[in-house]
Design a protein around this ligand. Sequence first.
Ligand SMILES: *Cc1c(COP(=O)(O)O)cnc(C)c1O
Length: 233
Amino acid sequence: MSEIAKNVARVEERIAAACRRAGHRREDVRLVAVSKTVPPERIREAYDAGLRHFGENRVQEAERKLPALRELDITWHMIGHLQTNKARSARALFNWIESLDSLRLAEKLDRAPQASRELESPLPVLIEVNLGGEASKSGVDESAALDLGRAISSLPNLSLRGLMTVPPVTDDPEGARPYFARLRELARVIDSARLPNVRMGELSMGMSHDFEVAIEEGATLVRVGSAIFGERM
Ligand SMILES: *Cc1c(COP(=O)(O)O)cnc(C)c1O
C-alpha cells in the first residue's frame, strides 16, 4: 500500500468516526483532497485509493496539472481566492467554485462560456465567508453574505449551494467549533430567505487538523490536504 493510500484510509476512518459521533451518515460528507503543490502522479495515487473530489487554489497551477489527469473521473473544486480576470479560465477548469467572494466575480463567472460539456451548468458555487474578519483572508463579511446570495440568485448560470469558510488558526481544533457553528447558522438564515434557484445544503469547512470538529458541526465538504499528501514544502 502506498503512503498516500494509507493516509486516505486513516482519514476515512476519522471521517467515519466523526459521522458516528455526530449521527450523520457517511455519504452526507464528501472528502475533497486538497492537491495544491502536489504533482499529477501523486494525485493519481489518491484517485487510485478511491478519491474523486480534489481541490486546487490557483488557476495557473490547475491549468498546468489538470490536462495530465483529464481521463480521470474527478470533480474539481476551486478553493482559493479567484481574481476576476481568471474567472473565464476557472469556469473552464472547475466543476465547483467554493471561494466566491464578490458580486463582480459572480457576474464574470456567470457570463463565462461553458468550455466543456462535462461541466455542470449552472455552475455550483459556494460563498466564502470570512468569519474571523481577518484582513489576510478572502471571503465576504458575515453581514454581506445574504445580499450576495440574493444577487447570485438572479444569475442564470450559477447555482448557489451553500457556504465555505477558513476560520482563524487555533492550536486546538476545538477553537474552530464556534466558527463552524456560525457558518451553519448563517446558511440557515440565507436558506430561510427562500431565494429562487438557491439551495443552502452545502457547508465546506474543516481541514486536516479540524475536520472532525467540522463534521460534528454539519460539514458536508471537508477540504483535507496534508493529512493525505503529507506536509507541503
Ligand atoms: C490548503 C487548504 C486546505 C487544506 O489544508 P490542510 O491543512 O493541508 O488540510 C483547505 N482549504 C483551503 C482553502 C486551503 O487553501
